[in-house]
Design a protein around this ligand. Structure first.
Ligand code: 13P
Length: 290
């Protein structure tokens, strides 16, 4: 029996009440547990997300589904949890749905809009069959891909956003100068004019990818202007790596039985937990579940 919900209701509520649902990419089993326990502790709905790379690392779609669904059950998680497939191709989205993911993001942003639109349309009906939700993307999110760094200034076309909305997608990822990974020091700001226009024309939950390292006031302004889901990965990876580095460099690894891989991992997870609390607070998702 699945314990997972899709993202429809949680996003509607977040959009209406001007907060954002944290989308947390899971990198391993400990990460999954840390994110779920933090969501329960702070009474925040959560989107647990796996990219294709993470799914391959876990061992496959069924493994990710089983791990997340069983954890929700065994850890007695009562807040709403969605399991979302991040940046899927059409075929990957189908596989994720077949395995039991409750939500998928189809990333057709590198296709011509016509192809992106047609594939999104087919996935809307497939998601209905599975009672799953669908996130589509318009414009492009910058970042590093195959060593080529894109500045992320590619701005979405509002007409495309309206067409996607009319297809019945549940969430729309927008390219508004946001980029995956670390922002270069020359990066200035999200494109709020475009965001406001899309929000005004579409009135639906919008998604901010590349949520790591954006100044807090910009995140809050984006949430006021239609962003109802913020994706975070890199910033959590960075605090995890820093904590483990210190655990090793300060010699803690040589004390007691700290050679136990679970203890090494826990050092990172404490830092991840702390940052999750900060992110949930910034997104306004704390205590949304009574
Ligand atoms: P960051 O790794 O930049 O936080 O982006 C995460 C993301 O957008 C996943 O889809």
């Amino acid at each position: 029996m699945t314990k997972l919900v899709n993202i429809k209701e949680m996003l509607k509520n977040a959009y209406k009440n001007k907060y954002a649902i944290p989308h947390i990419n899971i990198n391993n089993l400990a990460w999954t547990k840390t994110a779920l326990l933090a969501a329960e502790e702070f009474k925040s709905p959560i989107i647990i997300s796996a990219s294709y790379g993470a799914t391959k690392y876990f061992g496959g779609y069924n493994v990710v589904y089983s791990v997340v669904n069983s954890m929700v059950s065994d850890l007695n998680i009562t807040v709403p949890v969605a399991l979302h497939f991040d940046h899927g191709s059409y075929e990957q989205c189908v596989k994720a749905l077949e395995a039991g993911f409750s939500s998928v993001m189809y990333d057709g942003s590198h296709e011509l809009f016509k192809v992106n639109y047609e594939n999104t349309k087919e996935l809307v009906s497939l998601c209905k069959k599975y009672n799953a939700s669908l996130e589509a993307e318009i414009g492009q999110i910058g970042g590093e891909e195959d060593g080529i760094i894109s500045s992320g200034v590619i701005v979405s076309d509002t007409n495309e956003a309206i067409k996607m909305k009319e297809l019945g997608v549940d969430a729309l990822a927008v390219g508004i100068g946001n980029i995956h990974g670390q922002y270069p020091s020359t990066w200035k700001s999200l494109d709020f004019d475009t965001l406001e226009k899309i929000d005004k024309d579409c009135k639906m939950p919008l998604v901010l990818h590349g949520g790591s390292g954006i100044p807090s006031e910009q995140i809050k302004k984006a949430i006021k202007n239609g962003i109802a889901k913020v994706n975070v990965n890199t910033e959590l990876q960075l605090v995890n790596a820093k904590a483990i580095k210190e655990f090793v460099l300060f010699g803690k690894i040589d004390q007691d039985k700290n050679f136990d891989p679970r203890k090494i991992s826990n050092a990172g997870m404490e830092a991840v937990h702390k940052l999750l609390k900060e992110k949930f607070t910034e997104f306004g998702s704390i205590n949304r579940i009574k």
